[in-house]
Design a binder for this molecule. Structure first.
Ligand SMILES: *[C@@H]1O[C@H](CO)[C@@H](O)[C@H](O)[C@H]1NC(C)=O
Ligand SMILES: *[C@@H]1O[C@H](CO)[C@@H](O)[C@H](O)[C@H]1NC(C)=O
Ligand SMILES: *[C@@H]1O[C@H](CO)[C@@H](O)[C@H](O)[C@H]1NC(C)=O
Length: 417
């Protein structure tokens, strides 16, 4: 009897020790490197809907060796770049990585927009203790951040399969004057010297319902110029990542043969002939993995709630990877397909150029700095200097009128630089 008692007590003790060891190990692996740093709640794991954590068994056709090798390097690259800690986005990313490593089929996630589930307030409050103090727009972003495929309002036929450069310009419905200036200057599509084919598209969301309805005008513009793409999502600073996502998906689907893609704003001045010369001069190895622009290195999130680019600590905690400023950058067409896989893994981040850099980082591609890209503009005294504009590839920002004047100026046969 006594022996049985001692035996049970020992079993109990051993189990307790094991439980203790297991839980401390778990805690350590999750929070080890940030212990005692922040006053964030120490949730063990992300609280999510059931459907988010359901793991699909790997499908046979998807589990080719190449695919899983790609997946493995994607996770390694991201794990090295972004720390795991208590912040919501960081935990979402690691959850996605775990699911990818288990072979989840992400195609399943591209569910239709109309059935797209907005993340509910309660869940967001549980995961970000100060969620209710976030700016309203940021809260709105968080509710919709899983919605990725808005309905197409205006589409365009596929690019010619000999397209060398796709100019994808982010615009908004009301910016007709900017678009017209781009069309009349650096965005002119067609054939350039050397037989290089250029295609121009503008990428738009929809105006808020409170604004005047521009639908009939946009329909006319689209028909007349054949260069408008529009999706049904609300134009907003925090929807720029969504815009970048639909733009890259469109390019992959409808302009798959383009050698290069330029993504930029409608208020930048681009020296297209110089851009084409630069692209033509690239070595093949570089041309196939290009991600070049004005590079911002060692940036960290802005924590001032009044800032346009405010990122709350309980949402994202970590540095930003080096990124090419969203005013305008170039990527290789060959990267569109691998990017497509990564876009589905990396949760939406509210700043589009940082988001894209995270996706490139996942592919092991770092942005390359090029002094020709001036997304913070050139020196004050050079802003009307034609030779300076002739020497650069991109300058942010110029009004439609300045754009026309500069374009005419740099092409004048009388200009000597
Ligand atoms: C790799 O990731 C893709 C999505 O990016 C997924 O469809 C596929 O099932 C994954 N394959 C393996 C073997 O993990
Ligand atoms: C490009 O398009 C032309 C005509 O539509 C077609 O004949 C040709 O095979 C295509 N080339 C490639 C590489 O797809
Ligand atoms: C982004 O667009 C969607 C669809 O129109 C909208 O529901 C959402 O509120 C927008 N997000 C922001 C941050 O404005």
């Amino acid at each position: 009897m006594r022996r049985i008692q001692t035996f049970s007590v020992m079993i109990l003790l051993v189990s307790l020790i094991l439980i203790f060891l297991y839980s401390s190990l778990h805690l350590e692996s999750t929070y080890g490197h940030r212990a005692g740093l922040e006053d964030l709640p120490r949730q063990h794991s992300l609280k999510v809907h059931d459907s988010d954590v359901k793991i699909q068994p790997p499908t046979q056709e998807a589990s080719t060796t190449r695919q899983s090798q790609l997946n493995a390097s994607i996770s390694n690259n991201l794990r090295q770049t972004i720390p795991l800690n208590g912040a919501y986005w960081n935990r979402l990313l690691y959850l996605a990585l775990r699911n990818v490593e288990k072979g989840e089929n992400l195609a399943r996630r591209d569910s239709s927009w109309s059935h797209c589930r907005e993340t509910n307030q309660e869940l967001l409050q549980t995961n970000m203790h100060d969620f209710t103090t976030y700016p309203v727009l940021f809260q709105t972003f968080l509710q919709g951040m899983k919605c990725r495929s808005p309905p197409v309002l205006i589409d365009q036929p596929n690019c010619n399969n000999k397209t060398f450069l796709l100019l994808a310009v982010k615009s908004t419905p009301g910016n007709f004057e900017q678009r017209q200036a781009v069309r009349e200057t650096w965005g002119r599509g067609g054939m350039y010297p050397g037989g290089l084919r250029v295609r121009l598209v503008f990428v738009l969301g929809s105006s808020p319902l409170e604004d005047p309805d521009l639908t009939p005008l946009l329909a006319f513009e689209a028909k007349h110029y054949g260069d408008l793409l529009q999706w049904d999502f609300r134009e907003s600073l925090l929807n720029l990542t969504l815009k970048m996502n639909v733009l890259l998906q469109w390019a992959r689907k409808s302009c798959a043969h383009a050698s290069f893609i330029f993504s930029g704003d409608d208020d930048v001045f681009v020296n297209t002939p110089a851009l084409l010369r630069y692209l033509q001069s690239l070595e093949a190895s570089k041309a196939s993995r290009l991600y070049v622009g004005h590079v911002i290195s060692s940036a960290t999130p802005l924590r001032d709630p009044k800032s346009k680019y405010f990122i709350p600590l309980s949402f994202y905690d970590g540095p930003y990877p080096a990124y090419a400023g969203g005013g305008g950058f170039l990527i290789s067409g060959e990267l569109l397909q691998p990017l497509h896989s990564v876009l589905r893994i990396v949760p939406f981040f509210p700043i589009d150029d940082v988001y894209i850099a995270m996706c490139f980082k996942a592919l092991g591609v770092s942005p390359e700095a090029h002094a020709g890209f001036q997304t913070f503009d050139v020196k004050e005294q050079d802003r009307e200097n034609l030779c300076v504009h002739k020497d650069h590839l991109l300058i942010h920002r110029r009004s439609p009128r300045q754009m026309k004047k500069l374009w005419k100026g740099i092409h004048s046969p009388l200009l000597t630089c």
